[in-house]
Design a protein around this ligand. Structure first.
Ligand code: ATP
Length: 254
């Protein structure tokens, strides 16, 4: 069953008269199934972040609609959308976005505090996620005393505390070395396989994309093609590279 449906999304930045405007998305339709693990790739400026922001309700399309679990988010009012996003979505960004004044444990708990969850429930959730992502021993530390990979695993845990239906991630390995990137992508695999959550990410990183079930390629604001994983990770990585070579644009991280 599809958890996310995007229908003919158009996004124009700037004046609608056309003078100085940029058409970032030009009729994008996309369907993501429950428990699917999908990467969006494409050259710089092709519209990836714009698409992710519209699918996750951060930004509004100029036209077209997005429905999540059967609910049209483009028709929701401000407060209703904010509540829906808090309950249904988890976010992971390149920059980790942790609060330096809070410990790892407090950072993970924060979204549950906002939801006024019971302390025992919050404690259990933090312990379960910390165990799953191997960050139990750093729960009492502050973000500036842990590595980038540990910070990102903290951010991934925080994104999951309210049991979202979908995790949106924008370049989640962009600030990590190759070893930490592999660990983060294994965390996303666990999110899909063990927590039965859908993951949609934007990446320039071919290695990261090779962990996904499917890669959607975007060029000049349009869906260019998509490929589904078959065979080994290495075989999928080679096919992704072949598609990117056809797509052209900037050099990708490998
Ligand atoms: N707020 C904005 N105002 C005006 N134009 C914008 C804005 N945000 C993005 N754009 C333009 O829209 C197009 C798509 O940008 P977007 O950031 O979605 O691409 P991207 O594929 O994520 O790029 P990158 O890989 O470099 O991050 C680009 O031409 C960009 O310059």
């Amino acid at each position: 069953m599809a958890i996310l449906e995007a229908n003919n999304i158009v996004k124009v930045y700037g004046s609608s008269s056309g003078e100085g405007s940029t058409t970032a998305l030009d009729g994008v339709s996309l369907s993501v199934k429950e428990w699917e693990f999908v990467a969006i790739m494409g050259p710089s400026g092709s519209g990836k972040t714009t698409l992710l922001n519209i699918l996750s309700g951060i930004d509004q399309p100029t036209s077209g609609g997005v429905s999540i679990a059967g609910q049209e988010i483009s028709e929701m009012a401000g407060d209703e959308l904010a509540l829906f996003r808090r309950k249904q979505f988890g976010f992971v960004f390149q920059e980790f976005n942790l609060l330096d004044s809070l410990t790892v444990k407090e950072n993970i708990m924060l979204p549950m505090v906002l939801e006024k969850k019971r302390v025992t429930e919050m404690e259990k959730k933090v312990q379960d996620l910390a165990k799953l992502f191997d960050i139990e021993i750093i729960l009492g530390k502050y973000p500036y005393h842990i590595s980038g990979g540990q910070q990102q695993r903290t951010a991934v845990s925080r994104a999951l505390v309210n049991d979202p239906g979908i995790i949106f991630a924008d370049e989640p390995t962009g600030n990590l070395d190759s070893k930490s990137s592999a660990v983060i992508m294994e965390c996303f695999e666990k999110i899909v396989e063990e927590l039965a959550t859908t993951v949609l990410l934007v990446t320039h990183d071919v290695f990261a994309a090779s962990y996904c079930h499917k890669v959607v390629f975007i060029k000049d604001g349009k869906i260019h093609s998509s490929i589904v994983k078959k065979g080994t990770k290495k075989e999928f990585l080679d096919r992704i590279m072949d598609h990117l070579a056809v797509l052209g644009g900037r050099t990708y991280d490998i």
